[in-house]
Design a binder for this molecule. Structure first.
Ligand code: FES
Length: 133
């Protein structure tokens, strides 16, 4: 393994591509004691975000993969792969409340058939860095 591999930069393997090669590409992941959900969106990109909805705590592993993200099974809040809430169906039209809601996320990458997650960063910092990128 070279210094350029993800593990040398504080990355750990959490799954293989085969684990997500299914009709519903979504699996639960526990990383450093944090309960997360790994999924592939409509663009083929990976998301690794907190497993519990910030609204009422529903388990997003039971969410629906649709509209290029993950929709909560309880009341339909919709999150993209960065953990940003992009829709709240029960809010009035034009509401921007969703812009203030974000689920913690962990940077995730695919390398040589494996899926790696970055460890050692605060999830909120990772989300901010992803947004700025
Ligand atoms: S618990 Fe997720 S939208 Fe209500």
């Amino acid at each position: 393994m070279t210094a350029a591999t993800p593990q040398a930069k504080g990355w750990v393997q959490i799954a293989t591509l085969a684990d997500l090669n299914r009709p519903r590409p979504l699996i639960p992941v526990t990383l450093a004691g944090r309960r997360l959900v790994l999924f592939r969106d409509d663009e083929g990109q990976l998301g690794l975000i907190g497993r519990h909805c910030p609204h009422r705590g529903a388990d997003l592993c039971y969410g629906r993969l649709e509209d290029n993200g993950l929709r909560c099974p309880f009341h339909g809040w919709h999150f993209n792969r960065t953990g940003q809430c992009v829709e709240q169906p029960a809010e009035p039209e034009g509401s921007r409340m969703h812009e203030q809601i974000r689920i913690p996320m962990v940077p995730v990458r695919e390398v040589d058939g494996a899926i790696w997650a970055q460890v050692g960063v605060e999830l909120e910092q990772a989300a901010a860095a992803e947004t700025e990128a």
